[in-house]
Design a protein around this ligand. Structure first.
Ligand code: SF4
Ligand code: SF4
Length: 79
């Protein structure tokens, strides 16, 4: 499947609350097995099948504004 969108998560600012994971309709965010410097399992994109649709539900849900959404359909834009 052609990649339509992807996200970047600032792993050092993430507090591992999981809200973005619960919000994602495509189920492409998970907790990393690694810890960040604050000691949290941070969220990471895991999207081997390019299912992210750029809906930005994750971005809107994150209380710490750790997520940037990139949409690739026409021109790349940041939400
Ligand atoms: S933009 Fe939408 S589909 Fe993509 S990771 Fe965020 S919530 Fe999931
Ligand atoms: S909602 Fe934000 S702080 Fe919470 S796990 Fe996701 S990226 Fe981290």
């Amino acid at each position: 499947m052609t990649k339509k969108a992807y996200i970047e998560i600032d792993s050092e600012r993430c507090k591992g609350c999981g809200l973005c994971i619960n919000a994602c309709p495509q189920h492409v965010i998970r907790f990393s097995e690694k810890f960040n410097n604050k000691g949290y399992h941070y969220a990471e994109l895991h999207d081997p099948e390019n299912k992210c649709i750029g809906c930005a539900f994750c971005y809107n849900m994150c209380p710490d504004v750790c997520i940037v959404v990139h949409r690739l359909v026409k021109e790349e834009s940041k939400v």
